[in-house]
Design a protein around this ligand. Structure first.
Ligand code: ATR
Length: 278
């Protein structure tokens, strides 16, 4: 009997994770199955336990359950603690272990796939929700020179800055979008949900330092308004979140199986099927 894994979310039918993990399994010769499970909005914990009790070994967790997964986890990794959310569950000796591979996936995509070293960079993180929180410590731990968090609701950005400061990081600041005027960044990351609505936060011109990278966490949307804006506003390079999607999956796969799949061919195949970003 192959080991069973799944992604759980609501909605979940659009998820690329079953395809990605099937590719990883084929590539590494691992004997496993990976399915998609739609949980009712009020039935997450029940669906997780049912999968575990049926012999499931682990799950990826997607929108909107990452916080509930954090609460359900009996043991939380340091990465999960720092993100305040869980995207990877492992069932071991009857216990539910929670980890978060999103930040590691982002860092790996930026540094390995896009060949953009984060150390010493000036970084702008747009948004202060769950997605931004997941990137906060991974970015800081890579030794960025300065991190600015910009958000429509500035108090939420200030909260994240408070969390970073409490952990000893000093070079962090919170701003509203208008207050970014006159500042320049090497990396600008859009973690807001505006791309999904086809919108763009009110960004002032002149944000990009020479050769800067603009990164939108969403994927499969083609050119988002943010990436379109970045391309005509001085960004040297643009990228969407497809690479991060595959890298966070690879990190989960490694946690579960102890084998690291090759991500590049998987990213390339997915990119061929999805609308291009440039
Ligand atoms: P997620 O878990 O995906 O980060 P979230 O916690 O709901 O989702 O956060 C959504 C982010 O998108 C927030 O930073 C939000 O800004 P506010 O904190 O001010 O709400 C941002 N966002 C959503 N719609 C926006 C809009 N129309 N303009 C600017 N920012 C927006």
């Amino acid at each position: 009997m192959p080991d069973r894994y799944a992604v759980i979310g609501h909605p979940v039918a659009h998820s690329r994770s079953p395809w990605i993990h099937a590719e990883f399994a084929r590539q590494t010769g691992q004997d496993l199955t990976y399915e998609a499970i739609l949980a009712p909005l009020d039935g997450f914990a029940q669906a997780v336990r049912a999968f575990r009790d049926a012999g499931g070994r682990g799950m990826n967790v997607t929108v909107p359950f990452k916080q509930e997964a954090f609460e359900l986890s009996e043991v939380r990794s340091p990465r999960a603690q720092q993100a305040g959310a869980v995207n990877t569950l492992t069932f071991e000796h009857g216990r539910i272990l929670g980890d978060n591979t999103d930040g590691a996936g982002f860092v790996r995509d930026v540094e390995e796939n896009l060949n953009f070293a984060l150390g010493g960079r000036r970084v702008l993180l747009m948004g202060a929700g769950g997605a931004a929180r997941g990137l906060l410590f991974p970015l800081l731990a890579r030794g960025v020179a300065h991190l600015t968090i910009a958000n429509r609701t500035v108090s939420r950005a200030e909260e994240l800055v408070g969390i970073a400061r409490a952990a000893g990081y000093r070079d962090v600041a919170a701003r509203g979008y208008a207050a970014l005027s006159g500042e320049r960044f090497d990396l600008v990351v859009n973690s807001t949900s505006v791309s999904l609505a086809g919108e763009l936060p009110p960004l002032p011109p002149g944000l990009f330092a020479s050769g800067a990278l603009a990164y939108d966490l969403v994927y499969g949307q083609g050119m988002t308004p943010f990436l379109r804006w970045a391309r005509t506003s001085g960004a040297g390079r643009i990228a969407d979140g497809l690479g991060m999607l595959v890298e966070q999956a690879a990190e989960s796969f490694w946690l579960w199986r102890g084998v690291r799949p090759a991500t590049r061919p998987v990213i390339e195949r997915l990119a061929r099927e999805l609308p291009p970003v440039d």
